[in-house]
Ligand binder design. Structure first.
Ligand code: HXH
Length: 354
């Protein structure tokens, strides 16, 4: 009798395992939130495409929709890369997030100059409006959510908004204007404010102050994007719980927009490589710590499923990540759920075990 029971158990768990191998992240999380991935158009032509289709039901262009690549000169739009990503998403029934319309990085200089002189406020506002209308308009009905403004909050404790050309020339209302223009271009798109270091209480308070101010003035904003570029030493469970709890009180969508867990302790500025950066292996110890952080993060994401509507990873697999060059150029990182051979890592199995 015992022997038969054991065999039945083994068969049942064998079937369960085989079924789990068929499933992707998006299937495990179908009752929770969409699971997204940031991509380059190149990756979609490699074996990573199959992994994307199996595991994810949402995509973001890592770079292709930023103003520098998509709008390199005033009268020139470069749609090729962005279009190929949008077409892949459509072909495969995946959602598409737009990233990003107004940001101080990866923005071409022409926005801010006019015949070699600083551009006027009126002209810059007009350029911002044209940019937003044209890009949002092109993907109307294809992109369901936009990161309208990225990283506008300062990291300095005594400063509210980051000192950027946008702020300097347009004043504080550039943020509200960006949301209004995006809303006019696609009234059905969900509009997000996106930023990083949201687990820091001071930065978080400023993000919340910004979003509450926009809401009070009836600015069309529908959610907050938490980038979630984390590491082996952060966030703690307490920090993340407090963060999700604070943002959920806004009553808006929360989306985790750029998740990765670096296997190096967090550093907050770029620096040159040191000798010890050369031995950049993915040790068992790093793997275990990373697995524990991923497990904890997804436990809390599931707990806040009534607020969180999407979780997007910033890149596909450890084959390549922006963290291979940030904050240290050429230091290999291993921040994602799939290894360089596209096999699920131990963190993956913890994320889907619930
Ligand atoms: C994100 N910024 C962007 O949203 C995304 O578009 C990009 O592809 C990758 C990451 C994260 C980030 C924010 C600030 C930052 C570095 C990365 O700040 C520093 C910049 C230089 C030096 C030190 C910090």
């Amino acid at each position: 009798m015992k022997g038969i029971l054991l065999v039945v158990c083994m068969v049942v768990s064998g079937i369960a395992q085989a079924q789990d191998a068929e499933k992707g992240l998006k299937d495990f999380y179908k009752d929770y939130f969409t699971i997204g991935v940031a991509v380059s158009p190149r990756a979609l032509k490699t074996d990573e495409a199959e992994l994307i289709k199996k595991q994810f039901n949402s995509m973001t262009a890592e770079n292709a929709m930023k103003s520098q690549p998509i709008h390199p000169r005033e009268n020139e739009f470069n749609w090729k890369d962005a279009d190929s990503i949008a077409a892949f998403a459509q072909r495969n029934n995946m959602k598409l997030r737009g990233h990003t319309l107004v940001w101080h990085n990866q923005v071409p200089d022409w926005f801010f100059t006019d015949n070699g002189k600083p551009v006027s406020k009126e002209k810059l506002l007009e350029r911002m409006r044209t940019h937003i209308q044209t890009v949002v308009g092109r993907y109307k009905g294809k992109i369901y959510a936009w990161d309208v403004v990225n990283e506008a909050i300062s990291d300095k404790p005594d400063e509210f908004l980051r000192k950027t050309k946008w702020l300097e020339i347009l004043g504080e209302e550039y943020i509200a204007k960006a949301f209004q223009y995006a809303h006019e271009a696609d009234p059905n798109a969900l509009l997000f404010y996106n930023d990083y270091n949201e687990i820091d209480p001071g930065k978080r308070a400023k993000i919340i102050r910004l979003v509450e101010g926009l809401r009070k003035n009836n600015v069309p904003i529908h959610g907050v994007g938490l980038q979630a570029h984390w590491a082996l030493n952060e966030p703690s469970r307490e920090q993340l719980e407090q963060t999700l709890s604070d943002f959920s009180k806004l009553g808006l969508n929360i989306q985790i927009t750029e998740l990765d867990i670096s296997v190096y302790p967090k550093e907050h500025s770029a620096r040159d490589p040191k000798a010890e950066d050369a031995k950049a292996d993915f040790s068992d110890e790093k793997q275990q710590k990373q697995t524990a952080i991923y497990k904890m993060c997804f436990e809390l994401f599931r707990k806040y499923k009534s607020s969180i509507t999407s979780v997007t990873f910033w890149n596909i697999s450890d084959r390549s990540s922006w963290l291979d060059n940030f904050p240290v150029r050429g230091r290999k990182d291993y921040p994602l759920l799939f290894d360089a051979n596209l096999k699920p890592k131990s963190a993956y199995w913890e994320v889907v075990k619930f």
